[in-house]
Design a protein around this ligand. Structure first.
Ligand SMILES: [Fe+2]
Length: 432
């Protein structure tokens, strides 16, 4: 029997939880970096094959930086019923939204650190990566929670959504800056799709209604979603204050991740995202455990810009760059606002895009691959003044690399005690 591709090489899980103190640092860690870098990703238990890369148990890797030192590294699984071999997502009486892998992202909002996966409830974690337990915001959250919530830098509110394969297919939610669930609104969509991300602007919420649909035939075999040429593809613009969604047809594609969105001076909505053509989705999806896709494989996904014009009802689609990338990030202080810079990672580089000039810059990582590059702002700095944190690694070793975000030069590297599997998303959690 061959081992699935998502259990080998850079994706191979680690077998256990470890701790290490006083990690070796080369270069000079900026003393302003006082806090924790947490990164989540799937890590099945030894001997387990979850059937799809996206369904392995969540494990968070944490690195504690303070005063120019790297005080510790530790990795911990999120303690879910599934990890303990208990619980089922689909039960005799409905859905258990605590029986989920909690493997996709880890964010802090208000006083809570939350491990997120899009088919279930968030799991609250301590700053030392112990699991507190599932969080439904006092019983108010009755749907799943996306792993890609968006914090509005102007209000501090956390906007998010939940999607599901049974109605309501899509529900919009908002947490106040104090972490209270203050709004939930059902959004009509034609059917159940895999909706991994969305966007906000100053006045709107932007939906991605794209042709990767739920298929009951795949339940119990990896992830029950497949490409559907018949579904169509549309982006939706919904007033935050309420009112119907205005849908814009786009060429069929898939988007896992949005970089950012904003409203321009003409009232148009501009969305920057990493777009998979049908062929690019066909290249990725079967490789990580998904069903085959009828399109011919064409390689990777690339950064695109859609401009949605309410005056004409037309969506303009422009490819901003040809390089195959994923995991777009920004200075989160620009979320929903006009921003100039988007960062992303290729197999062998961290890339910085200047969306104003069209220029891009790369920090090459050679034989090693970078994970998502998280932007940490310098106090009082401009949009790209700060650092990028990325776990850069191989099948044998890993480091936390710190880049100067303005020119992508490496300023420091923290050597981690062993390799870290390529995973998904993380956050910098600064000390208060
Ligand atoms: Fe994601």
């Amino acid at each position: 029997m061959t081992t699935a591709a998502y259990l080998t090489g850079l994706l191979a899980p680690v077998p256990d939880e470890i701790d290490a103190l006083d990690l070796p640092v080369s270069g000079s860690l900026p003393p302003e970096l006082s806090g924790r870098y947490f990164r989540n990703g799937p890590n099945p238990l030894p001997g387990q094959d979850p059937g799809h890369w996206f369904t392995g148990h969540g494990m968070i890797h944490g690195i504690r930086l303070r005063d120019g030192r790297a005080e510790w590294y530790r990795n911990r699984w999120v303690r879910t019923p599934l990890l303990a071999g208990e619980g089922r997502f689909i039960t005799d009486t409905g859905i258990d939204r605590t029986a989920v892998p909690a493997n996709t992202h880890v964010v802090r909002h208000a006083d809570r650190i939350l491990a997120l996966v899009e088919n279930g409830l968030p799991y609250e974690m301590t700053p030392d990566l112990e699991t507190v337990g599932p969080c439904d915001f006092g019983g108010r959250l009755t749907t799943a929670m996306t792993a890609h919530p968006k914090e509005d830098p102007l209000t501090g509110d956390l906007h998010f959504f939940g999607y599901g394969f049974a109605e309501p297919y899509l529900t919009y939610h908002r947490l106040s800056s104090a972490g209270e669930l203050v709004e939930s609104r059902e959004i009509p969509v034609p059917g159940p799709t895999m909706m991994h991300d969305f966007a906000i602007t100053r006045g709107h919420v932007i939906w991605l209604d794209l042709p990767v649909v739920f298929d009951v035939d795949f339940v119990g075999r990896g992830l029950p979603y497949r490409w559907d040429d018949g579904y169509g593809a549309r982006l939706g613009v919904m007033p935050r204050e309420g009112g119907p969604v205005r849908w814009f047809d786009v060429d069929p594609c898939y988007v896992f991740h949005v970089g950012n969105a904003h409203e321009d001076e003409h009232g148009r909505v501009v969305v920057d995202a990493v777009r998979y053509s049908p062929g690019a989705f066909a290249t990725l999806w079967p490789r990580i455990g998904g069903s085959a896709n009828p399109a011919a494989e064409t390689g990777g996904a690339a950064l695109h810009r859609w401009v949605l014009d309410p005056a004409t009802g037309v969506a303009k689609d422009e490819r901003l760059d040809d390089r195959a990338v994923e995991f777009p990030t920004i200075n989160d202080a620009r979320t929903g606002l006009t921003g100039r810079y988007v960062y992303a990672v290729a197999d062998d580089a961290v890339v910085k895009y200047d969306t104003e000039t069209g220029a891009s810059l790369a920090h090459e990582t050679g034989e090693r691959s970078p994970g998502e590059a998280v932007f940490v702002p310098a106090d009082g700095g401009g949009e790209d003044e700060g650092w990028l944190l990325s776990i850069v690694g191989s099948e044998h070793e890993a480091e936390l690399r710190v880049l100067d975000a303005s020119d992508l030069t490496a300023v420091a590297s923290v050597r981690l005690p062993r390799r870290v599997p390529a995973g998904f998303h993380g956050s910098w959690i600064p000390d208060e």
